[in-house]
Design a protein around this ligand. Structure first.
Ligand SMILES: NC(=O)c1ccc[n+]([C@@H]2O[C@H](COP(=O)([O-])OP(=O)(O)OC[C@H]3O[C@@H](n4cnc5c(N)ncnc54)[C@H](O)[C@@H]3O)[C@@H](O)[C@H]2O)c1
Length: 285
């Protein structure tokens, strides 16, 4: 039995935004490791499809429609899962969207949904589940999706970057709160470098300024060409979560590069600068 299976087999995993992309990859991996997977997504058909794939592969899974931008839906999810299964060993607050455009051109509704899904969805996932996890007294794991963008700057992805910096600091404080509480809950910050998913697909940009289309297409094509295979990335993430590592990244060299840039920025107290690798994308060269 691998370390991952020893930790997770037989437990319940709840994953948000698991109808596609990283959430679906983590759900499949959790199924392979012998977990009962609660596949949740705002898109109920997508969640059903992923749950069906896990069952077809011999695993255990069920689907639930959950919109993480609504705290009451996360409360309902926690109530239903604990009433049915009695415990949750792994919670992954994964659902997230990209938003592209100059800060002042993004409509209020798109700002709201970006903050509500990417940040408040993580906070209220923790608020809804952690008290119930603590009450069981069992060892369990909470993993929140940050990003390599949590350590840098990216003009015209400001709304997204703001949420990822905030999720990273939320997870850091949450980790320390578990220590203060002497709680048997491990916290990981998941930092995908770049995994092949649908996050930059054109239809995901509904409500963005019209000229975001070009930026989305470049990012989409870059992801398709250079992104890591989804299954491989999700396997790496699950290994790090199972090893109780706070930093659950997929491409450590990308994490190190971003952190080095951030550290230099702070140490030199220099003015914000576009990273060299992003200059072409923004038409600066
Ligand atoms: N793909 C990457 O390389 C990458 C890099 C860094 C961080 N991330 C983060 O990983 C997470 C997943 O991204 P992805 O690339 O798999 O995206 P994706 O677009 O492929 O999948 C996101 C899923 O979330 C669901 N979703 C959207 N709004 C929701 C809501 N309100 N409630 C519930 N579900 C909702 C979508 O239906 C979709 O199934 C995000 O938090 C993202 O910021 C991804």
């Amino acid at each position: 039995m691998t370390n991952n299976e020893e930790k997770f087999a037989g437990g319940v995993a709840v994953i948000t935004g698991a109808g596609a992309g990283i959430g679906s990859g983590l759900a499949r991996r959790a199924g392979q490791l012998g977990m009962h997977v609660v596949v949740t997504d705002i898109n109920s058909t997508a969640a059903e499809t992923v749950a069906g794939e896990i069952r077809d592969a011999g695993g255990k899974a069920e689907a639930m429609a959950v919109d993480v931008s609504k705290p009451s839906e996360l409360d309902r999810l926690a109530e239903e899962v604990f009433a049915k299964h009695g415990s949750v060993r792994l919670l992954v607050n994964n659902a997230g969207i990209e938003t592209i455009g100059f800060s002042w051109e993004i409509p209020a509704e798109r700002w709201e949904s970006t903050l509500n899904i990417n940040l408040h969805g993580v906070i209220h996932g923790v608020r809804a589940f952690v008290p119930k996890m603590l009450a069981t007294g069992e060892e369990c794991w909470v993993a929140n999706l940050a990003s390599i963008g949590a350590f840098g700057m990216m003009p015209t992805q400001t709304a997204y970057i703001v949420t990822k910096h905030a999720v990273e600091s939320f997870s850091e404080c949450l980790y320390l709160e578990m220590q203060l509480k002497k709680a048997p809950i491990h916290v990981s910050s998941v930092i995908p470098g770049m995994l092949k998913t649908s996050i930059f697909d054109a239809e995901a940009g509904a409500g963005e300024p019209a000229d975001s289309v070009g930026h989305r297409k470049v990012m989409h094509d870059m992801m398709a060409a250079y992104g890591m295979d989804l299954a491989e990335g999700c396997q790496r993430i699950m290994e790090k979560i199972a090893a109780n590592e706070f930093w659950a990244d997929t491409q450590p060299e990308m994490t190190e590069q971003s952190l080095a840039g951030r550290i230099k920025f702070f140490q030199q107290q220099s003015s914000p600068e576009v990273a060299p690798q992003a200059r072409g994308l923004l038409g600066l060269d």
